[in-house]
Design a protein around this ligand. Structure first.
Ligand SMILES: [Zn+2]
Length: 266
């Protein structure tokens, strides 16, 4: 009975109960490493954001150092083979043709490129993230490399198993809620996605958006985030995961006590 109750409490918990009444926004900017100028413009955005760095790109190390210098959170943007064969692919992408050993070795060597990352999220990966055969060695090598890292599932496909596999393997994990700029030349689309991000956070207590260092996206965020910061708390992904875990624990504990009291009265 108590077990059933705790599971139910877990399902209904929301991060809205955390710390103060403001819903939480987390912003991740992906694909950092190609353009030095655009990367720097993204990293300079006011606020506690998270930057996902592509391993092996020409400006990855410089931009990681720049983010570090400004005290920003960085994560590894792990390149995975896309589901469409025509999509441009990173030279170091993990591929469906690789065996378990190659997947494990390549993941570990990309993790080692940035010693101070707090987590990982996937770049592309529609195909690989749907299949446990590929994702298991990737998740396992992240956990073996450093069990404190988190896995942010970019959800480039709705059928991704990344989040659930990471959780069941004992890694902390969270999923992307909104992509801000899949149509980055269309400002109306960015505006709409941004409103959806804020609305999801209002309804659910927190929401994670992923954007890219396109000039349109960064200009839009620079103009609009200061306003959002008045009504929302903006926090890096590692802090959001921490707050979420705390809320779950606290909510469980409070509900558990209430349950004990009720069962005594009955
Ligand atoms: Zn990407």
């Amino acid at each position: 009975m108590i077990k059933v109750f705790l599971v139910t409490a877990l399902l209904y918990v929301s991060t809205a109960a955390v710390a103060d009444q403001h819903p939480i926004l987390s912003l991740v900017i992906d694909d950092i490493g190609y353009s030095l100028e655009q990367g720097k413009a993204a990293i300079r955005l006011e606020g506690d954001h998270t930057f996902a760095i592509i391993p092996g790109a020409s400006n990855s190390q410089k931009l990681a150092a720049f983010a570090r210098h400004l005290g920003k959170e960085i994560i590894l943007h792990l390149p995975l083979q896309a589901s469409t064969p025509t999509a441009p692919s990173e030279p170091n992408s993990l591929q469906a043709s690789m065996d378990e050993n190659q997947l494990t070795r390549n993941t570990a060597s990309m993790l080692a490129e940035f010693p101070d990352i707090r987590g990982i999220n996937n770049h592309m990966g529609g195909l690989l993230t749907e299949i446990e055969y590929f994702m298991r060695p990737i998740i396992d090598s992240i956990r073996i490399y450093n069990p404190k890292l988190y896995f942010l599932d970019s959800r480039t496909t709705p059928r991704s198993i990344g989040y659930s596999l990471a959780i069941s393997s004992g890694l902390r994990s969270i999923s992307r809620d909104v992509f801000l700029d899949n149509q980055h030349t269309n400002i109306e689309s960015i505006k709409l996605q941004y409103q959806i991000w804020l609305e999801k956070a209002r309804v659910r207590g927190s929401a994670i958006a992923i954007g890219h260092p396109h000039a349109t996206t960064i200009d839009f965020l620079r103009e609009n985030l200061p306003q959002a910061a008045q009504d929302f708390r903006i926090m890096r992904v590692s802090k959001l995961i921490e707050a979420d875990t705390l809320a779950r624990k606290r909510d469980n504990w409070e509900n558990y006590l209430a349950h004990l009291q009720n069962s005594r009265l009955n």
